[in-house]
Ligand binder design. Sequence first.
Ligand SMILES: NC(=O)c1ccc[n+]([C@@H]2O[C@H](COP(=O)([O-])OP(=O)(O)OC[C@H]3O[C@@H](n4cnc5c(N)ncnc54)[C@H](OP(=O)(O)O)[C@@H]3O)[C@@H](O)[C@H]2O)c1
Length: 257
Amino acid sequence: MKQDGKQIALVTGASSGMGRCFVRKIAEKYPFLHEIWVIARREEALRELERELPETELKVLAYDLADRRSFSALSALLKQESPRIRLLVNGAGLGNNGLVENQTPDGICDTVDVNCRALMMVTRLCLPYLGRGSRIIQLASGSAFLPQPGFAVYAASKACVLSFSRALREELRHKKISVTAVCPGPVRTDFFRAGGISISPVKKLFLAEPERVVEKALEDAARGKAVSVYGISMKLVRLASGILPEGLLAWFSGKLF
Ligand SMILES: NC(=O)c1ccc[n+]([C@@H]2O[C@H](COP(=O)([O-])OP(=O)(O)OC[C@H]3O[C@@H](n4cnc5c(N)ncnc54)[C@H](OP(=O)(O)O)[C@@H]3O)[C@@H](O)[C@H]2O)c1
């Protein structure tokens, strides 16, 4: 890690939901940071956040993370500014529900491109600027624990995030950089509206508030935990996924959701 640069946090998906909550909480809990870099497509929403936090220096980066050119832009900026990234939060993500046969090619590509490719690429680009004590927080999902018929592409993309995060954690252990995968159940954000997803009655029962999930994720990251799971229901799902046969889990989650 370069030792001379300014200390920053970088948050993707900062224009709404949990990403925006992360920016608010980081501004509160890490006042020593010189800047928070915020990434999403909706520049106006990022500017609004900037106005909401006048004490915090935000660098607004209106990137479309489904577009490979955003990686070149981020890479060039990192080279130019050479910051010390204390905290990286990969929050950008999306999902569409419905049977795989009814998914559009664009819908599948966007989900995989943002949830998986962009998360890996942003992480990769940031690695040279992370150092001892830095933390990486990856927004996976409780969907990572079990295959979800009717939400298959999304659940598979989040299983990819969980696997990637666990492996990266081991790779970075000797550098004392922690990686925490955040695996919540349904959270009250724009996620469902953005994806045109109707929330099933079962999911509605377990809707969590984004502030609580984010608070726990930051605490778990500070403790160096590998996985952050908010709420008893998701803890049970995680437990069941470790015990029950995969075929049974897939059948049951199809029935339940
Ligand atoms: N809400 C839930 O129930 C839930 C549960 C488990 C996990 N998660 C995960 O948590 C993360 C945050 O989701 P959320 O619930 O906070 O949903 P959200 O409010 O819809 O936020 C999603 C964020 O991702 C950004 N994003 C989407 N596509 C993008 C693209 N092509 N380029 C750049 N940014 C993009 C959006 O910004 P722009 O639209 O401005 O680009 C937005 O800031 C996601 O990874 C999601 O999969 C959500």
